[in-house]
Design a protein around this ligand. Sequence first.
Ligand SMILES: NC(=O)c1ccc[n+]([C@@H]2O[C@H](COP(=O)([O-])OP(=O)(O)OC[C@H]3O[C@@H](n4cnc5c(N)ncnc54)[C@H](OP(=O)(O)O)[C@@H]3O)[C@@H](O)[C@H]2O)c1
Length: 245
Amino acid sequence: MTLGLTGKNILITGATRGIGAGITRAFAAAGSSVVGCYRSDDAAAAALAAELADTPGEHHFVRADVADPADVQVLVKTARERLGALDVVVNNAAAISHVPFAELELAEWNRVLTAGLTSAYLVTRAALPVLADGGSVVNIGSRVAVVGVPLRSHYAAAKAGLLGLTRTLAKELGGRRIRVNTVAPGAILTEEAAALPRERLARYEAMAALGRLGDPAEVAGVVVFLASGLSTYLTGQTLTVDGGM
Ligand SMILES: NC(=O)c1ccc[n+]([C@@H]2O[C@H](COP(=O)([O-])OP(=O)(O)OC[C@H]3O[C@@H](n4cnc5c(N)ncnc54)[C@H](OP(=O)(O)O)[C@@H]3O)[C@@H](O)[C@H]2O)c1
């Protein structure tokens, strides 16, 4: 059995930093071509493109806000023009903030729900006409969706919404052999997490059975598995990648 991802075309949102960059690197290493989007950090996008320059396949990074329907249309059009039909869509980009529920204004609720849940609707729906039969959609959720964490009601609601979207789309798209799954990370050591106070990182480490934070590559490995020929009878599921929290 092989991954079967050589020469496949992958669309990844939030592809240039953190977990998304890990996912981009993993698909590139598997021989796939990638169109990835980012919101504003041109330097991070250029650095990742340079890093992957000698890796087989094409790797293009497009500035596109997944919360903006017009940007999403341009993103999918660019992916089609650069790569042709898509085989995999990874809905990774999201927004987060930490606000007591009693102080959570509607604008902030809407911002986090739009970037974290509506974005998956926008990107998946726009990509559907160019997503090959037998393809795969992978949503990046969060362990927070099923356990709840104070100050993150909007984020948890967005991530919980992804679970219902995942199960339902799996049933709607199964007729085209398109599989839809979610990966729910725990605490992952991204560039942003590395800047958190040491005591907070130690608290997250202690919560995991493995006694450490996850690496973006360890989330990416599960995303690649879900997109690959190793998981062809797996759909509508959420795989939690949290080191045993
Ligand atoms: N990190 C964790 O511990 C953790 C835990 C559980 C779940 N997750 C989930 O994993 C995913 C990735 O998290 P992360 O911490 O790696 O993310 P992140 O560091 O906040 O974001 C990294 C990438 O997403 C892009 N991005 C952010 N908002 C965007 C938007 N509106 N449109 C397009 N691109 C956007 C960024 O572009 P710019 O650089 O240009 O801003 C960057 O490429 C998210 O869905 C998050 O909720 C993360």
